[in-house]
Design a protein around this ligand. Sequence first.
Ligand code: ADP
Length: 192
Amino acid sequence: MRLIIMGPPGAGKGTQATRIAEKYAIPAISTGDIFRANIKNRTELGQQVEAILAAGGYVPDEVTNEIVSDRLTWDDAANGFLLDGYPRTTGQVDFLDGALGDHPLDGVVQLTVDEDAVVERLLKRASVDGRSDDTEDVIRDRQALYTTETAPLLALYRERGLVAEVDGMGEVDEVTSRLVEAIDGLRAGTVA
Ligand code: ADP
């Protein structure tokens, strides 16, 4: 299974990606997690992207693409993966197409949420995780960037018949069940 999970900041992609990855025995690859781990470990990459993440901007495609193409060569991704937070730009979509070559994507699950409810969720997370980009202003900026840069990518994947839309509001377990149903539908070729 080669999958992408897409949705606005705070849609619960990370939580759901971990669960879905476990269910299908594939790695969940989160570019945001990779960047945050590098910032925490004070690597060169971390120092390069720290200010960008804090401001809610996008890391340049050249940097992000390189990280993903390297991660996709790991043994655990040989039979599939779930990408969380990637691709986010048309440049990343093109790059991913090239990187996948003869093993194209099986599907893209789109998590939909109410944006105002999500701001509340993220502000709550800020008090637990202390993420530098979970302040109200930066959250609104990240949402706006998602709307202008990333949401339009769904149209590209929709044209390929790859997108299944899933309601991301409700209990975590409930959302996971909906996602599994959608992914099984994509697999069977019956896109929701
Ligand atoms: P969220 O979906 O809540 O914004 P992520 O963990 O997916 O959280 O991303 C956090 C930040 O990491 C983004 O705001 C951006 O700065 C950076 N980032 C993650 N993935 C990408 C990507 N594919 N391209 C560019 N920047 C990215």
